[in-house]
Ligand binder design. Sequence first.
Ligand code: ADP
Length: 659
Amino acid sequence: MSERVSGGERLSEPRTDGGVGRASGGASGGASGGASGGAPASDAGGGVAVAPPASEPVNLLLVDDRPENLLALEAILEPLGQHLVRANSGHEALRELLRRDFAVILLDVQMPGMNGFEVAQVIKSREKTKHIPIIFLTAISKEDIYVFKGYEVGAVDYMSKPFNPDILRSKVSVFIDLYRKQQQILRQEQLLRESERRELELRHRAQLLEREAQLAEIVDSAMDAIITFDESGRVTLFNAAAERMFRRKASDVIGGPVTALFPTGFRTARIMEFCDSPAAAAAAAGPPDADAAALAAAAASRQVPHALTGMRAGGDEFPLEVTVSCLRLPSGAVYTLIGRDVTERQRADDALRRQTQEIADTSEQLRVVNDELKMRQLQLEEAMRARNRFYASMSHELRTPINAIIGYNTLLLDNIYGPLNEKQVHGIQRTHKAAKHLLELVNDVLDLSKIEAGKIELSLQPVVFPALVEDLFVTVRPLADEHRTELTMESETDGPRSIVSDPRRVRQILLNLLSNAIKFGEKKPIRVRVVARDDGGVDVSVIDQGVGISEEDLPRIFDEFVQVSNAHQREGGTGLGLPISQRLAQLLGGTLAVQSAPGKGSNFTLSLPKTADPRLDGAIAERRGSGVQRAVEFHATPQSPPPPPGPDGGAPGADGRAA
Ligand code: ADP
């Protein structure tokens, strides 16, 4: 028991009669019910039944400026078995409140310096302490106004001195209980939150594991090698494609240095440098947007493929193309290489490059050759033109004296200059024959050069078959008789077949073919077959059963001055008949073809179109022989008979060839 002097009142002995202590309805009501959860609550009415501490003792703050009052309070509250904290002033009380939490504060109202109300105001204004219940203790007044003031500043109860110890204990017990319950609720809340957090964590973990399994599946089935390594260059992942590519087992590689996968001298820093893009630098600079920058850096480095050289288990090196992703995590950077063996691609690229170079070289060579060829062609064309000019003028010049020789020979043989003896006749006959051959040659040369110079003019008229062939038979009959050769004609024209062509040139071709057939026909019968084609054209075949032409000679016989060497070559000829015939056939829009077998005979077929005039039939123009120019003149006059033979060389020669 102690006394307080300043307030002029005594701290009374503990009483059991209920005293003057008052408890708020809520507080006292809660006293019996609130404590029931843990231990029996104190009974305000009969005897003291202090509930044993449910668990740890709680803190009770006793504030009074008088030590004796504090002692008295301690004595009353001791039996509650709690941790009693003393404060001699408002300031000390506030200091204690900063240090620990309290279940209840017993606050003396009248204190020097800061009085109880002021202390209560500070307590209630602090977030951390505003929930702590305050019981005001006072001896001053029991007046309502004072009590109200206490409640106003946040008191939960108000006790006037002298206190009834039981009531005080009972009230304090209620708050202890309340505090404990609050603590319990807090703990339960914490537990609940903890278990919720754990559940969430487990769920996340399960999801993570699932994702990880998925990712592992993807990584392992990827076509590209996927390798990850940490900041120290230790491999942390090596997928199946990487195993195949590097021919190493993941178990041998994981945990080892990534440099083992590259030729000696390879620096891991090189890969790390791939991440040092401007974006990566921004990421390294840190906040404000470090995450975004880090992601941007990772994305930037991923997009650029880098060329490296990998090394397989056996030491074989191979070209490797990689993209690098650098992920800077709080636990350290993770580098991911996604690589592709580009050996095949490089090989194909090299081959392509070589081919392209070769093609470029070849095309350059071709261009040079082409230029040269073009130049030669121009030179050749010029030479041909010069030759043709020469042939034309020479032929022309030669024909006059030859014709004079032939004319005078004829006069001599006709005994115009008096009778000739047998020897003279024989000599002049030989001169005559030679001159005729010369004329024939000159005419052929002139013809050919005219054709090649494009100076042959066609006179297009209706040409009727088989009449034209029958006509020709009359012309060649003497030669055939001379060779004792039979001529027959087979016509498959179903009546006359008229085409538009140049009759003179058609005759020239056919006469040439017939005279050749007679010359090389070995006196066996010659057939001329005339067939009217469905397209309106006509095929005329001159078929003999003579010496024939060997397979190797066949392609040459249409060349100029070619005379296939055989026993019949003594028959004379210029070697220009077939080339002229072929060119004329082309000029007429037709073709001249040959089939032959040595010893069996030859078949020369002249195919002529329905019309040789391109204005009348466009298709003919396409079928025209290449390189042969035509100057076509269309005459609607009827077919004229062949000109009579004469000594001027314009008539058929000894072999029936037209000039
Ligand atoms: P030429 O008859 O004036 O010698 P051609 O150009 O008409 O000249 O004939 C060229 C060569 O083709 C002849 O020399 C001959 O060797 C061969 N030839 C042409 N027609 C026949 C044929 N019907 N049978 C066998 N050989 C032929």
